[in-house]
Structure formats: structure tokens, C-alpha cells
Design a protein around this ligand. Structure first.
Ligand SMILES: NC(=O)c1ccc[n+]([C@@H]2O[C@H](COP(=O)([O-])OP(=O)(O)OC[C@H]3O[C@@H](n4cnc5c(N)ncnc54)[C@H](OP(=O)(O)O)[C@@H]3O)[C@@H](O)[C@H]2O)c1
Length: 271
């Protein structure tokens, strides 16, 4: 059964996307979500958009059984120390988007409580996230509850904790990579004759269609590419030129650069 209230600590970029998604997917009304946020301009923004905001993390945790933490990694330790008194017992479920903070680090501060490390992306705002999930100390009932909540916000996948860094890069950073690709297509579209808005619209819908083709058929992308590339044709000329310029290699190297950077940051934080 879904709780009547949910609390989000940290109303930044992702926290706000999550709370908008909860309302967009009609799982909660704005009145049923309590956001705890400290930044003045974020509080103003959230208030102006009709959300209930407080600057009291303990109160937020008290008010709900499901708590979503969405603060920066360097802020999580202090936050957990603060809310620890309200987390004893196993009745509250903690979901956390915080990158790189491991279950063992949580356990050292708050003990063995149900924790779901979730890695969504900002498309959660419109119920189209890819959310990878790892969990610990949870009952089957709590797992079902969290998955039901997140499934309404997009697609979900349960993964091992040691794959969460990869999920961060592929899914969470991935939306940035995909958006840059849409922008590149739009820019090309302008050069060949469309206004910027039309070019962006055609590009975005084309990318959406391509993604849906793969998701619905399960086909390898090259199988779908074969259907649009004819001998001596136009599409293959463009595709081959992109590859000559290092397209696939650039994307793969970009992903690896993000992954390596994440590892570097994590190692720094461990010291
Ligand atoms: N953005 C994404 O697409 C994405 C995707 C997956 C995972 N993540 C992870 O999710 C987390 C949040 O990311 P974000 O991009 O939303 O960061 P963000 O925009 O910086 O949001 C964090 C917000 O939480 C506030 N905050 C910090 N400590 C707080 C506390 N103790 N109580 C109440 N509010 C507090 C921050 O305010 P102050 O800055 O004033 O402290 C800030 O407004 C990060 O750990 C990130 O790695 C992000």
C-alpha cells in the first residue's frame, strides 16, 4: 500500500524532477509531498510552484514513511547524522539518489535500516526515467512498494551495488549525452534548411522514434540501421562520414571519461 505522505530531502535539480514526476504521474498531490531544502532560491522556486517546503530535515523524516534523499555526496554524512534519531526501527524506507555513497557507509552511520540506492535521470519529471536500483535490509513488501513507485516514473532495473557507478554514467549522465546528440542534429538541420524550432522538433521526435523501435523490438540497432541504408545511398554516406570523424569512438570515450572521473571523485572522498 502506498503511504499518504512522502518526503524529499534536497530540492535541487534531481529532487525537483522527482517531486514533479510524482505529481505528473498522479501518485501524490503537491499537498502530500514535503520537501526539505535549505537554499533560499530553491525554496522560493518550489513555493512559487505550489510545493510544500520546510527547512527541517528531522520534521520531514517524521512526516513520512518513505523518504527520498537527493543531496550532493559531500552533504550526505552530515544529513544522516542529523536524521538518524528518526530512522531507528525498520518502518521507514530510505531511498537515496546520492552518487558514490555505499551501503556500508550508510550502515556505519544509521545502522541496518532499509535503504534503496536509486539512480534515476531527470526524465523522471515526465515519468520517463531509467532508474537502476540496489537495496539492502528491505522486506519483500518494501521492495514491491518502492518498485511500484519507481515503475510509474519510468523503467526500472534491479542491479548489484557495484554496478551503480556504471548506471550513473549510462543512465544518469546518459541523458546529457543524448541531449547533446539531439542538439547536434538540430544544428545540422538548421544548416540544411529548417528554422531552429522545427529542426529541434524533427530531431527530438526522430530520436524518440529510434529509441522506441529498439525498446519495443529488442533488435540490435544495426538491424534497424540496415533498413535505412541502401547501397550507394544517402544515409550510409552520412553515417560513414560520422564514423570517419570518430562518432562511435567519441561516445565510448566520453562514457569512459565520465566513469573514470566518477572513480577519481570516489577515491578522493574515501581518503
Ligand atoms: N542531477 C541528476 O541528473 C542526478 C542523477 C542521478 C543522481 N544524482 C545525484 O543526486 C544527488 C542530487 O543531485 P542534484 O543534481 O539534484 O544536486 P543539487 O541540484 O545540488 O541538489 C541538492 C540540493 O539539496 C540541498 N541540500 C543539501 N543538503 C541539504 C540538507 N541537509 N537538507 C536539505 N537540503 C539540502 C542543496 O542545497 P545547498 O547546495 O545549499 O546545500 C541543493 O539545493 C547528487 O548526489 C547526485 O550525484 C543526480
Amino acid at each position: 500500500m502506498q503511504d499518504t505522505k512522502i518526503a524529499i530531502i534536497g530540492g535541487g535539480n534531481l529532487g525537483t524532477a522527482i517531486l514533479k514526476g510524482l505529481v505528473y504521474t498522479k501518485q501524490y498531490t503537491k499537498e502530500e509531498i514535503l520537501v526539505s531544502e535549505k537554499k533560499k532560491h530553491r525554496i522560493n522556486y518550489l513555493n512559487e510552484n505550489g510545493f510544500q517546503v520546510i527547512s527541517d530535515n528531522l520534521q520531514a523524516v517524521k512526516s513520512a514513511n518513505t523518504i527520498i534523499i537527493s543531496v550532493k555526496p559531500q552533504q550526505i554524512t552530515e544529513l544522516l547524522e542529523e536524521i538518524k534519531p528518526e530512522l531507528s526501527g525498520n518502518s521507514k524506507i530510505l531511498l537515496t539518489t546520492v552518487t558514490g555513497f555505499t551501503f556500508s557507509q550508510y550502515e556505519k552511520i544509521i545502522g541496518q535500516v532499509p535503504i534503496f540506492r536509486i539512480m534515476p535521470n531527470t526524465a523522471i519529471e515526465i515519468g520517463e526515467s531509467m532508474t537502476c536500483i540496489s537495496h539492502i535490509h528491505s522486506t519483500k513488501e518494501q521492495e514491491d512498494k518502492v518498485i511500484a513507485l519507481l515503475e510509474k516514473l519510468g523503467k526500472t532495473m534491479i542491479i548489484d551495488e557495484d554496478q551503480l557507478a556504471s548506471a550513473t554514467v549510462l543512465g544518469a549522465c546518459g541523458i546529457g549525452f543524448a541531449l547533446r546528440f539531439i542538439r547536434s542534429m538540430s544544428q545540422g538541420g538548421i544548416e540544411i534548411g529548417f528554422g531552429s524550432e522545427v529542426s529541434q522538433y524533427i530531431s527530438a521526435q526522430t530520436i524518440k522514434g529510434a529509441a522506441e523501435l529498439i525498446l519495443q523490438s529488442g533488435n540490435h540497432p544495426e538491424r534497424e540501421i540496415d533498413k535505412v541504408t541502401t547501397p550507394q545511398g544517402i544515409t550510409i554516406s552520412g553515417l560513414n562520414e560520422m564514423e570517419h570523424q570518430g562518432f562511435s569512438s567519441a561516445v565510448i570515450k566520453g562514457l569512459l571519461a565520465s566513469y573514470n572521473k566518477l572513480e577519481l571523485v570516489r577515491n578522493k572522498e574515501k581518503k
